[in-house]
Design a protein around this ligand. Structure first.
Ligand SMILES: NC(=O)c1ccc[n+]([C@@H]2O[C@H](COP(=O)([O-])OP(=O)(O)OC[C@H]3O[C@@H](n4cnc5c(N)ncnc54)[C@H](OP(=O)(O)O)[C@@H]3O)[C@@H](O)[C@H]2O)c1
Length: 342
């Protein structure tokens, strides 16, 4: 990492699923941190979190938490990000935020390092980490777009419980245990029982029958790929899987692209692994990619319903590439580009 100074890094929401993964990723990638400060709510005061073989004491998030901090990785709610990101920037930190609070603001870069790393430079202190489905989707679409142009995208998601935070992972486990024990499963966090079920909702409803997750995926994909007029629609579904989001993607391209060519382009693109041999039962699954860094693509085939269409199945670890890893990769890029004030 091209910096002579070791950095002070804060992780806001360090007790959550994404925050804990951030701490793991920082250590695994040898991020040049002098000090890591885990911040959470008052509820977590006195608790510790694991980092690089030791335990760090959680501090409650306060207005003066960012004194001396160079990089603040936010993994808390949008409300917390709206309130505290400007405070962190004012204190001299660069903020990389995982919530959706800042993503669509014109002066905030929304970055997937494999797709639009140069957008980072235009930051005014806050860089946004995209939605956990938009990240793998754009990693997979971008190489196709560069080769033949992407004109239309239809995506259906199969999203794991961890995408909704620690609470739903625990609820899914409790419900699964209850069903196995013959007792009534309780649904408190989510509007429906998730165990033994598939739920086409749970996100805030928006206009025209879509929900906020579906609208985020469409808008964020357009912003990341610099395709403001991209024709794209999403259907989001929650499935009873702990980690790993799947996406069934139909793409219409400007020029024709065969499945063989697509496999070749995607297979050599950064951050992507093609696992595609149905005869050998080779295709990516959430269980298979949990804990992995790359976005996996399989089931690449021609869409026979249109002249220049492909269908594919995209899977990635939503907590890692969909959140924590992508955020740390943004921090690494910011360092590489000399954008962190040290
Ligand atoms: N999970 C994913 O796959 C994913 C992917 C992309 C983006 N995101 C986004 O990342 C963010 C975190 O998600 P998550 O899944 O990690 O949620 P989570 O497991 O529910 O964790 C939430 C974190 O926020 C902290 N927090 C809550 N209220 C706070 C307060 N008043 N002050 C300071 N910290 C507070 C919690 O601390 P306490 O333990 O003290 O309450 C906890 O550390 C969300 O914006 C989410 O939309 C998540």
């Amino acid at each position: 990492m091209p910096t002579s100074k070791r950095l002070n890094v804060a992780v806001v929401g360090a007790t959550g699923i994404v925050g804990q993964e951030m701490l793991k990723v920082l250590a695994q990638r040898g991020f040049p941190a002098e000090r890591v400060l885990p911040l959470a709510s008052e509820r977590s005061k006195g608790l510790t979190v694991a980092y690089n073989g030791s335990r760090l004491s959680i501090e409650p998030l306060r207005e003066d938490s960012f004194k001396g901090i160079d990089i603040a990785l936010f993994a808390a709610s949008s409300d917390i990000a709206l309130m505290f990101a400007p405070i962190a920037v004012e204190a001299g930190a660069i903020v990389i935020d995982n919530s959706s609070a800042w993503r669509m603001r014109p002066n905030v870069p929304l970055v997937v390092p494999e797709v639009n790393p140069d957008d980072i430079a235009a930051n005014e202190g806050i860089i946004a980490n995209p939605n956990c489905c938009a990240i793998p989707l754009t990693v997979a679409l971008n190489p196709i777009h560069k080769k033949v142009g992407v004109e239309r995208v239809l995506v259906s998601t199969y999203q794991s419980a961890s995408g909704a935070g620690k609470g739903l992972v625990d609820e899914l486990e409790d419900q699964t245990r209850a069903i196995a024990a013959g007792s009534e499963p309780q649904a408190n966090i989510y509007p429906y029982q998730l165990a033994y079920n598939v739920v086409p909702g749970g996100w805030r409803p928006e206009a025209d029958g879509y929900n906020e997750e579906e609208i985020k995926i469409a808008n964020e994909t357009r912003k990341i790929m610099h395709l403001p007029d991209l024709r794209i629609a999403a259907t989001c579904v929650r499935v009873p899987v702990p980690i790993g989001h799947g996406e069934s993607v139909f793409v219409e391209t400007h020029d024709p692209l065969s499945p063989e060519e697509a496999r070749e382009i995607l297979g050599s693109a950064p951050g992507l692994i093609v696992e595609d041999d149905p005869h050998a039962k080779l295709y990516p699954t959430p269980n298979g990619v949990a804990g992995k860094d790359e976005v996996y693509v399989g089931r690449i085939r021609k869409d026979p319903s249109t002249a220049r269409g492909l269908a594919m199945w995209v899977v990635s670890d939503n907590v890692r590439k969909g959140a924590a890893l992508n955020a740390v990769q943004i921090a690494e890029k910011a360092l590489e580009k000399g954008l962190v004030k040290v």
